[in-house]
Design a protein around this ligand. Structure first.
Ligand SMILES: *Cc1c(COP(=O)(O)O)cnc(C)c1O
Length: 457
């Protein structure tokens, strides 16, 4: 069968349920622990911070499929199904016998897959009768997505944006404010967590971990307000499974069976969502797909991190999560262009990596931009720097096929567009972009911040 450039799905084929990958795992991820009691957290522990339904989803490792609320399906129809594209031009450019496909999540105005979970979380907040939400944003995509979702569901939103990103990405900031959100540069003097960090280092660039501390504190102290997070958590992966379920439905239509599935990995949400249904089948012995996580060499949680219980934030206020981590005290390099700068990694993906179901590799920034521009020139789409980590690995795998003559099928997640990342592209074009790779001594500083609890000894 001739495969079209766009593997078409109709609006009626948008999935009606999410795929809860944990339900398909024989060995489940370790439970989140309460940092005081070191006992598994309960819904009651989480309810001051998170919305009720996402908490249920977070703690649910048994229900294989979870229905997407009808009203949310209506919102999804505004920008889904997301295109699944056969990269014919890239294949030709590389001269590879491999087939390359990408699932493109950058067609909505926020520009990335993050809107899938933002809309879900805003929907549940509204359904619960809340008035407002707080969140943090690093590179700005999550803040943009939440701002769009909160505008649609008529909720007020405060976004703590990592200071360096707010400075480097003024248009992201403007976009977030245009959709009506209140934007605070983090660390800020408006919270205890922010004031403490500023007192220690007034010139700090900020970090995601620090912005999370501020957003959580503000949510807990505000009436009818909760905190929402755009990555790392299992409920976010659940919402992102719509990416994988759609991709699999479109491939199944044309009887295409991937051999390799690649995704970039920051906190793990797009990767976890993309691989979910394929990984479920792999665990059941129905396929032999290789799954590859691609992270930046500047923030190598999988490839150089420890599998340990750690806090999700710098102020050490969140529950403890068993994950691959560089330590909540790890301060990522400010000269790294994209997102993907979080110290930890989703616990489900961490478990799969630990158990050998998932591979990981780390790529240097300039190599990633080489891949990004090579892709853009032939496929037309200007990729986000984060997404370009996946492009780099997909190209490398396709070139390996060229060397061996294998006709493998490669699927990768193209998570977003690079329209708001032009300053990074400018640095790349001007050849002023640098590759920062932390030394072992740099990493040791982060590891020293890991909690000293029996589970970690
Ligand atoms: C946030 C983001 C990522 C990384 O986050 P994950 O949770 O690891 O998916 C990747 N690509 C884009 C475009 C993003 O906005």
């Amino acid at each position: 069968m001739k495969i079209p450039t766009r593997l078409y799905l109709s609006e009626d084929e948008i999935p009606a349920s999410w795929y809860n990958l944990r339900a398909f795992m024989k060995d489940k991820p370790e439970p989140m622990l309460h940092p005081g009691t070191l006992q598994p957290v309960t819904a009651g522990d989480l309810s001051p911070v998170f919305c009720d339904e996402p908490i249920k989803q977070e703690l649910d490792d048994a229900s294989p499929f979870i229905a997407i609320p009808e009203d949310l399906q209506v919102f999804y129809r505004a920008y889904r199904p997301a295109p699944l594209i056969r990269a014919y031009f890239l294949e030709k450019e590389l001269g590879t016998p491999a087939e390359i496909y990408y699932k493109f999540e950058g067609t909505n105005t926020s520009g990335s897959h993050k809107l899938n979970s933002a809309a879900a979380q805003a929907f549940y907040a509204k359904a619960q009768g809340l008035n407002s939400l707080t969140t943090e944003t690093g590179a700005g995509q999550w803040g943009s997505a939440m701002a769009m979702a909160c505008a649609y569901y008529k909720l007020s939103l405060t976004v703590y944006m990592v200071k360096i990103s707010a400075e480097q990405k003024p248009y992201r900031k403007a976009l977030i404010e245009t959709y009506g959100a209140n934007l605070v540069s983090s660390p800020s003097p408006t919270t205890d967590a922010g004031r403490k960090i500023l007192a220690e280092d007034p010139n700090t660039n900020g970090s995601l971990g620090c912005a999370i501390s501020e957003a959580v504190e503000a949510a807990v102290k505000t009436k009818d307000c909760r905190y929402v997070l755009g990555s790392v958590m299992n409920h976010v992966l659940l919402h992102q499974s719509i990416v994988g379920v759609e991709a699999k439905a479109a491939l199944d239509k044309y009887d295409v069976k991937p051999d390799i599935v690649v995704g970039c990995a920051g906190g793990g949400s797009n990767l976890g969502g993309l691989i979910a249904p394929f990984m479920g089948d792999r665990i059941a012995g129905k396929n032999a797909i290789r799954f590859i996580a691609v992270e930046p060499a500047s923030c190598p949680s999988f490839t150089r991190g420890r599998f340990a219980y750690d806090f999700g934030d710098t102020a050490k206020t969140t529950p403890l999560v068993k994950m691959y981590t560089l330590g909540s005290g790890f301060m990522p390099s400010p000269n790294h262009a994209g997102g993907l700068r979080y110290h930890g990694m989703n616990p489900t993906l961490s478990k799969l990596y630990h158990d050998g179901y998932l591979e990981a590799r780390a790529e240097a920034q300039t190599d990633v931009f080489d891949a990004a521009t090579r892709f853009a020139k032939v496929e037309g789409v200007l990729p986000a720097p984060e997404s370009s980590h996946a492009i780099k690995a997909a190209i490398d795998e396709a070139l390996e096929c060229k060397r061996t003559g294998d006709k493998k099928v490669i699927l990768f997640g193209l998570t977003g567009t690079g329209y708001f990342d032009m300053s990074a592209y400018m640095a790349y074009n001007a050849k002023t972009m640098t590759d920062y790779i932390p030394t072992d001594a740099d990493l040791d500083k982060g590891f020293a911040s890991l909690p000293d609890i029996p589970q970690n000894r």
